[in-house]
Design a protein around this ligand. Structure first.
Ligand code: GUN
Length: 284
């Protein structure tokens, strides 16, 4: 029987801390502001953007939504980003991904000022993470680390396996575990002996994007299992990258889907936006 790490509870705590700090900032005349850009009408993106705006309101931030039509040109999008880069009331800029195919995602990420890049996707922020000298951490990996800390799990010296190598989750996740002295292996679609490698892990982070990919025969007794996946199973029900029912009895700690890593992502976005507001106003 594993301890279930509740992202609902931990994220509520993070948000309460951000809210308290936001009140202090407001007393100094600074109200954190987040601009959220959404291009087109992808229903999942719409849900995420609504949740981000709601989270801003809950912690006392100002949020501005820029909902652009699907046919927006690269130039129009870049000129909006330029305007927001130079708008003092806006401390964080987030452009919801994925963008429509005709837009150049890389160029868009590059255009956001690194000081307002609360996703931590800009190459300069990615580089800072590599050398361990950063302002912002990418929200999902930072949320996973927060869950690990909340449960009092020690990373140092542990075998950590990250399944998935995306720029948004897998790669930075591996780096954050390494910063805490984990021995880190990154697995991906070309990995041989995946089962064997996973079976040797003390900590597994599943970020493959495949429903219930991690089975009980891939997990050793007492392992810590963190599930980044948000998928739909064949019945349309929300599920993670881990076969929770099968893996939970073997794990020592596990995160559920929903209610695990998911709520942490937005909480960490709030944390980054607060940090951005402080940085831009030379506070602390
Ligand atoms: N799309 C899916 N996840 C994210 C995220 O964390 N940030 C942005 N900007 N887009 C996303």
């Amino acid at each position: 029987m594993a301890v279930i790490i509740s992202g609902k509870e931990v994220s509520a705590k993070v948000r309460a801390e951000v809210k308290a700090e936001c009140e202090q900032l407001k007393s100094k005349g600074v109200t954190p502001g987040l601009a959220v850009i959404i291009v087109g009408d992808d229903p999942a993106s719409r849900v995420y953007v609504n949740n981000k705006k709601k989270a801003c309101a809950d912690v006392g931030f100002v949020s501005e939504e820029y909902a652009l039509p699907a046919h927006t040109t690269q130039q129009e999008l870049l000129s909006l980003i330029d305007k927001l880069n130079n708008k003092p009331e806006i401390n964080g800029i987030l452009c919801q991904l994925p963008l429509p195919k005709h837009l150049d995602e890389k160029a868009v990420i590059n255009a956001i000022s690194p000081l307002k890049d609360v996703d931590a996707f800009h190459p300069s922020n990615v580089g800072r993470i590599m050398i361990g000298d950063y302002h912002f951490l990418p929200c999902t990996p930072a949320g996973v680390m927060e869950l690990i800390h909340s449960a009092g799990i020690e990373v140092s010296g542990k075998n950590c396996v990250v399944i998935g190598r995306s720029n948004i989750v897998g790669k930075p996740m591996a780096m954050l575990l390494l910063h805490e002295n984990g021995t880190v292996t990154i697995c991906h679609s070309k990995t041989k002996n995946l089962k064997e490698i996973c079976s040797n892990a003390d900590i597994i982070v599943a970020a493959v994007g495949r429903p219930e990919f991690v089975k009980d025969d891939m997990v050793k007794d007492g392992a810590v299992v963190l599930d980044v996946g948000i998928n739909r199973d064949e019945n349309g029900k929300l599920c993670g990258d881990v076969d929770f029912k099968a893996v939970e009895p073997k794990a020592s700690y596990i995160t559920p889907v929903p209610g695990g890593v998911g709520p942490m992502t937005i909480a960490m976005l709030m944390k980054n936006t607060l940090k951005a507001a402080k940085l831009q106003n030379n506070i602390e």
